[in-house]
Design a binder for this molecule. Structure first.
Ligand SMILES: Cc1cc2nc3c(=O)[nH]c(=O)nc-3n(C[C@H](O)[C@H](O)[C@H](O)COP(=O)(O)OP(=O)(O)OC[C@H]3O[C@@H](n4cnc5c(N)ncnc54)[C@H](O)[C@@H]3O)c2cc1C
Length: 388
């Protein structure tokens, strides 16, 4: 029988970072991951990181490369048809850093490999005994059954993981909105069309021009939920993106072969409570936001930072007030990010069956956003995560 203080399910950003923060505080953990190391490292996902989250990554000792290579942004562009408006963060003393989740995962993996690497390709993880004082994780690895006794279990296993399902149905409440469209994303070695992110609302549907570096673009177009990836050649993708951008911007867009191309559905989801007995949920296991607000990764990092502080208080001060308050405190922050992400999604996308009144509302919201100083300040607070 193995033993650890905190058993962590999942080696996405939340599981890896939690394990890293705990180790720096002298708390032992074991990370169990069902996929291979290469699979986890190959996933292309988020890329926009809040300053407060950068500070947490520095505290964890994993921000050296991010500080060297991350692109600091002081503004974002909103395009509505041919109209382009820049929202300046600097006047609100906020900023964001563009650095791919893939790179962050690599940095976290390297930090963990130096001491206690996750156990990859673990099968059939079962969560047991969370209502008692000795929770246990059972799993199979290389054909052999194992059991890991823990003081606590952290469910960092994403939306489709097992941890949330371990909370009894009469305790767990879930809140969900599924959007009637998806995002088709392409990663390509083409210089970004603009030095800052461009969010475009267009009659053909939403588009986003983002980037991973000065030479690598990450771009998206809103697509049907049942869109067939095989029917989206690279040429069709770039033509569709060009059609949704203001003419001057579209003229500068360079086509390049896709390095990765995928369709992601959009969902808003919150589970509560985030604690049941000795099980704690963090990151995508606890909540999902549509990617429009760039909040998914940022929320995950803030969750595990809060959780790590709660474990530190438990082990070094014998105080459980932070563990007891974890769910309520995190949920307040999570619901605010949910609100922002759902709102931004609702004003920028074309919804099936949208009426001319709905369209008028969207345009009025965006008009208010770009032309009211108060609305811009509220947007910058929420988008950069700098709200109190
Ligand atoms: C396709 C896609 C695109 C995205 N794009 C953006 C974006 O542009 N901007 C943004 O902010 N956010 C984006 N996100 C969200 C962001 O990537 C997530 O919020 C972030 O990855 C959350 O990290 P996590 O560690 O909580 O979960 P995950 O990254 O999902 O990690 C969970 C880990 O747990 C493992 N796991 C699952 N079940 C088990 C099990 N039973 N046993 C063991 N291990 C298990 C999984 O293999 C995975 O490695 C995107 C997400 C997806 C899926």
């Amino acid at each position: 029988m193995q033993r650890t203080q905190v058993g962590i399910i999942g080696s996405g950003p939340s599981g890896l970072l939690l394990s890293q923060l705990l180790e720096r505080a002298g708390i032992e953990s074991v990370v169990l991951e069902r996929r291979s190391r290469d699979y986890v490292l190959g996933r292309v996902r988020a890329g926009v990181i809040e300053q407060g989250v950068v500070a947490i990554l520095r505290e964890a000792g994993v921000a050296a490369r991010l500080d060297r290579e991350g692109l600091v942004h002081h503004g974002v562009e909103i395009a509505v048809g041919e109209q382009r408006q820049r929202i300046d963060f600097a006047s609100h003393t906020a900023s964001l850093v563009v650095y791919g989740q893939t790179e962050l995962t690599k940095d976290l993996m390297e930090a963990r490999a130096a001491s206690s690497a996750p156990l990859f390709e673990v099968e059939d993880v079962v969560v047991e005994g969370i209502e008692g004082t000795r929770p246990r994780l059972r799993y199979r690895h290389l054909g052999t059954e194992h059991a890991l006794d823990c003081d606590f279990i952290a469910g960092c296993d994403g939306f489709h993981g097992v941890s949330r399902k371990a909370i009894p149905a009469n305790v767990l409440k879930t809140h969900e909105r599924v959007y009637p469209f998806g995002w088709l994303g392409v990663l390509a070695d083409a210089p970004p069309v603009s030095p800052e992110l461009v969010y475009a609302r267009h009659e053909r549907g939403f588009a986003l021009c983002s980037m991973r570096s000065a030479t690598r673009s990450r771009c998206y177009v809103q697509c049907a939920l049942d869109a067939d990836l095989a029917k989206w050649s690279d040429a069709r993708f770039w033509d569709e993106l060009r059609a949704r951008l203001p003419t001057a911007l579209a003229a500068g867009l360079q086509d390049a072969p896709s390095l990765e191309k995928s369709i992601a559905p959009l969902r808003s989801f919150v589970a509560e409570p985030l604690r049941h007995g000795r099980l704690f949920l963090a990151g995508d296991a606890a909540h999902i936001v549509p990617p429009t607000g760039a909040k998914g990764l940022n929320l995950a990092v803030r969750d595990v930072h809060q959780l790590a502080q709660a474990f530190v208080a438990h082990y070094s001060e014998r105080r459980d007030h932070l563990l007891d308050g974890y769910s309520a405190t995190a949920l307040r922050r999570i619901w605010r990010a949910e609100r922002f992400s759902a709102w931004l999604t609702s004003v920028l996308h074309r919804f099936p069956g949208q009426t001319s009144f709905d369209r008028g509302m969207q345009l009025a919201e965006l008009d208010q956003l770009v032309n009211s100083a108060a609305a811009r300040a509220a947007f910058v607070e929420a988008y950069t995560g700098s709200q109190p």
